[in-house]
Design a binder for this molecule. Structure first.
Ligand code: ZN
Length: 429
């Protein structure tokens, strides 16, 4: 079955990722790495070409799983494979060697694949590690999903994530840096358009001027690379929109003094341009839950208490802002930001599930981590939905995620390019 060139899958339910209701009685035929056919199960008996094809593979090419839902493999637009996701900060991981970071990245990508992520974007790693990781996966040295890597984010001197090795200033500086990243193999360009948690940066202020941002986006688009901008400031969001970025990560409305103020004019622009927004909601929520649990076991120290207050407020503000923007028609994508903070690899589902806080239905939430994500990274022609001629990147989960979205975590099988890369006892019965 593992290397069978033809596989017939008969799931209980099928979610093709195009937005319609889940289908019953559907079957799908995979040939080599591609989806060959999808349709009603009984048609296989009446369609001679199809029947011959399926018969040629025999019983070991059959996956009959009436208790499962088949859906497109998940696409996580935002992760940091070098990072441990155990609460350590960027500054702390900056003390590791690239060798250790690369080994951690290999482990993390394996965890992602096993959990159902068949395409993963690494949007910020140290030096050359993400390019090496991608090479290692392509060579089959470690199992991993399809990888889209940015290498070190393009950042101003001392800006967010500067320690990863991507500092560049001025129009000439950023132009050269983007070209250099693409030379090394960058599939995507990540910009730290505002500061962030990095100690020498200011999260509430933009880190680049308009001309620098426009140059970065021009150079990236000129080489057909999508651009993602980290923005935790309203001014930075507007700068990123002026430059024409494809994706905005976090997209938090903050004033230079750190206060939250929903900005209607900016929200209008975000909705009207259809820029893809990645809330990274589950990441913030994890630390909130962690601190609330700590508080139950005894009083928090000053630092943690202040942090909890900030996070609780941020959580509430984010829900308010994103709920309004969703109503206005803003388009969301799933990006876990895992590796960062206290969010380890292997549960991208948490980010997808958390979209319900903004009023998304389970089906809409699933699409943030499948079809929408594929479109945002420029891969909708080959990934993101279950349609003939697309890559056979698939996920089988127990139950019906449209009834109960948590069942996305009950992974029975993961298929990458037509190959079964995660087995489970349910398949051997
Ligand atoms: Zn990030």
């Amino acid at each position: 079955m593992v290397s069978s060139p033809v596989t017939l899958i008969k799931p209980g339910l099928l979610i093709d990722g195009l937005g319609g209701a889940p289908q019953t009685g559907a079957a799908i035929v995979l040939k080599e790495n591609l989806i060959h056919w999808i349709g009603p199960t009984e048609e296989i008996e009446t369609n001679r070409e199809l029947k011959n094809l399926v018969d040629s593979s025999g019983q070991h090419g059959l996956l009959e799983l009436p208790q499962c839902t088949l859906l497109p493999g998940l696409i996580d637009c935002h992760s940091h494979t070098n990072m441990p996701g155990d609460g350590r900060t960027g500054e702390e991981v900056a003390k590791d060697t690239d060798d250790v970071r690369l080994m951690r990245a290999a482990r993390n990508t394996t965890l992602a694949l096993q959990s159902g992520v068949t395409t993963l974007c690494d949007c910020g790693s140290w030096n050359h590690t993400a390019f090496s990781l991608k090479e290692g996966i392509d060579l089959g040295l470690v199992p991993g999903p399809r990888l889209m890597v940015s290498g070190p984010p393009v950042t101003s001197t001392g800006g967010h994530l500067w320690f990863m090795g991507g500092e560049a200033d001025g129009v000439d500086g950023v132009r050269k840096q983007v070209r250099y990243l693409i030379k090394q193999g960058a599939d995507i360009i990540k910009i730290a358009a505002s500061g962030g948690s990095t100690l020498t940066s200011d999260p509430y202020r933009p880190s680049y001027g308009g001309e620098e941002l426009k140059t970065i986006v021009f150079e990236a688009h000129n080489r057909a690379r999508p651009v993602a901008a980290h923005c935790r400031s309203t001014v930075a969001i507007n700068n990123a929109l002026d430059a024409g970025v494809d994706m905005i990560f976090h997209c938090f409305f903050s004033e230079p003094d750190g206060s939250y103020r929903f900005d209607q004019a900016t929200a209008d622009r975000l909705a009207q341009t259809g820029t893809w927004l990645n809330p990274t909601h589950a990441l913030g929520n994890r630390r909130r839950v962690e601190l609330l649990e700590m508080k139950e076991n005894g009083p928090l120290d000053k630092v943690d208490a202040a942090m909890l207050e900030r996070i609780v407020t941020g959580h509430r503000d984010r829900i308010e802002a994103y709920s309004k923007m969703v109503k206005m028609g803003a388009k969301l994508i799933g990006g876990s930001d895992c590796g960062w903070g206290s969010y380890p690899f292997g549960d991208f589902q948490d980010e997808i599930i958390s979209m319900s806080d903004f009023g998304l239905s389970p089906m809409e939430s699933i699409m943030t981590g499948t079809r929408n994500a594929a479109q945002a990274i420029g891969k909708l022609d080959s990934l993101g939905t279950i349609e003939p001629k697309k890559e056979a990147d698939l996920l089988l989960v127990e139950g019906n995620p449209v009834d109960q979205i948590e069942s996305l975590r009950g992974v029975t099988a993961v298929i990458l390019g037509g190959r079964l890369v995660r087995d489970s006892p349910a398949l051997r019965n």
